[in-house]
Design a protein around this ligand. Structure first.
Ligand SMILES: O=P(O)(O)OC[C@@]1(O)O[C@H](CO)[C@@H](O)[C@@H]1O
Ligand SMILES: [Mn+2]
Length: 447
């Protein structure tokens, strides 16, 4: 029986696997079980490590975690009801409240389940259940099941990373006396590099290698045609608004991170440029509190990446890493991991679900949201008509000027011209899910 959740007036339904053949359906039927199987394999392959570190207790924990995850995979594949979490973590109650909310939407005759409920919810829930399997089996609770893939993504992107850091080191000495037009060109270039860094995502590839092997700067002109919305000049204007480079007013930029590996490197280079050019004087990074969507950044990934750069034997990479370490020591850069980023909420819920975070983001001059999942949460992962204004789809989420830097990997996109989405669907049916197209989409509270 189809679930017919309470419809909010004027707000389209959430994407869901209940629509057979949809991208959500194919993701939950095929990609999520593949990811879970790789997680189980990774834990199994590390069995000796657990024995060496924790003895028999480690081996027992490894066995229990694998049985938890095998049960989870079976629940998913047979569309069982979503279960309450039982690991007594800081966010457990919020997750179980959200399940109650979903039960209310679907009514008593249609259980909240993998193939009947919103895609955004059940996909986030899967990653939280992986965390539960580890939390309930200490000493595995600190084990990052995705660490190998994230590390490999970084190491295999070394050529692209060194090319990008070489570029930054070459322009760095000129930035304090560069003409405005040149400074803007540098910003637009590094925004595009950060945008396309988002193609390197291990969730869409279900863990298959997705490293950046060519210099990101060389491919920008060929990729220009695939940028469907380019509001990067509004990002420039937001950074320049109300201040002159000589003034000492505080310009804070918050970067809501996405993937570790090459994408994180592009974000660190962009953030370094913002400070070195004087366009901003504080950058706050927001990452995930536990392993999430295979390649998303955790605090450990963030610090490992800075350390890896600083200790590199490549001159420019180590120079950048040394500068990043100093930014962190001085407080010009800071890393944060609020629990909200690993809850299933659409961002229009943030003001009531995480008022402290909403207030904190409101102090920023500019928010940069990286990647596809952040975009899905910005617009609520709902089936909006493509010409719906971004401000409508945000449904009141507007703590500060914001720009989404996203390669399209899910079938939701707003803010296009009338007919633009339909035209793309005719010529390239996979335009919303291939990762080949991208948007830099801006919104300000004044809009
Ligand atoms: O947020 P990211 O890393 O750009 O992409 C996350 C993602 O790979 O996972 C989901 C599908 O499984 C989609 O949101 C998207 O394809
Ligand atoms: Mn991601």
């Amino acid at each position: 029986m189809e679930s017919n959740p309470v419809l909010l007036p004027g707000v389209p339904q959430s994407l869901s696997a209940k629509f057979e053949g949809s991208f959500a359906y194919l993701t939950i039927r095929d990609r999520l079980p593949t990811i879970l199987t790789k997680v189980i394999d990774t834990i199994h392959r590390n069995k000796n490590k657990f024995f060496e570190e924790y003895g028999e207790e480690g081996v027992e924990a490894e066995k229990r975690a694998i049985s938890f995850l095998s049960k989870l995979r079976n629940e998913l594949q047979t569309d069982k009801p979503v279960l309450v979490l039982e690991d007594a973590q800081e966010d457990t109650e919020a997750w179980n409240r959200y399940l109650q909310y979903q039960r209310g939407l679907q009514g008593e005759h249609c259980p909240v389940s993998w193939f009947k409920s919103p895609w955004l919810y059940v996909e986030c829930y899967m990653y939280r259940r992986i965390q539960e399997a580890l939390c309930l089996n200490p000493p595995m609770s600190e084990f990052d099941v995705f660490c190998e893939g994230k590390t490999q993504s970084f190491l295999e992107s070394t050529a692209a990373i060194t090319a990008l850091c070489t570029h930054l080191q070459q322009i760095r000495p000129t930035l304090t006396h560069t003409p405005e037009s040149t400074l803007m060109d540098h910003l637009l270039t590094l925004l595009q590099v950060s945008l396309w860094g988002n193609k390197c995502d291990l969730s869409i590839s279900a863990g298959r290698d997705n490293s950046q092997r060519v210099s990101p700067l060389d491919s920008l002109s060929a990729l220009r045609a695939f940028v469907l919305l380019d509001d990067s000049r509004q990002v420039w204007a937001a950074l320049r608004s109300g201040r002159d480079r000589g003034q000492r007013s505080r310009v804070q930029v918050d970067v809501v991170l996405d993937n570790a590996g090459f994408e994180l490197l592009t974000d660190l280079v962009l953030a370094d440029f913002l400070l070195a050019s004087g366009l901003a004087n504080q950058v706050r990074f927001h990452g995930k509190r536990f392993p999430w969507f295979v390649s998303d950044v955790t605090g450990r990934d963030f610090l490992w990446t800075v350390a890896q750069a600083a200790s590199s034997n490549h001159t420019h990479l180590s120079a950048c890493g040394g500068q990043w370490r100093r930014y962190l020591e001085e407080g010009a850069w800071s890393y944060h991991d609020h629990a909200f980023w690993t809850l299933p909420h659409e961002y229009c819920d943030m003001e009531w679900a995480a008022p402290d975070l909403y207030a904190s983001l409101s102090s920023a001059h500019l928010l940069l949201f990286k990647g596809d999942l952040n975009y899905r949460k910005l617009v609520g992962d709902r089936d909006w008509p493509h010409h719906t204004p971004f401000s409508v789809a945000l449904r009141g989420f507007s703590p500060a000027s914001l720009c989404a830097l996203r390669t399209l990997k899910a079938n939701v996109q707003v803010g296009l011209a009338v007919g633009q989405g339909e035209g793309l669907s005719k010529d390239t049916p996979t335009w919303m899910t291939s990762g080949d197209y991208a948007v830099m989409q801006f919104h300000s509270p004044q809009q």
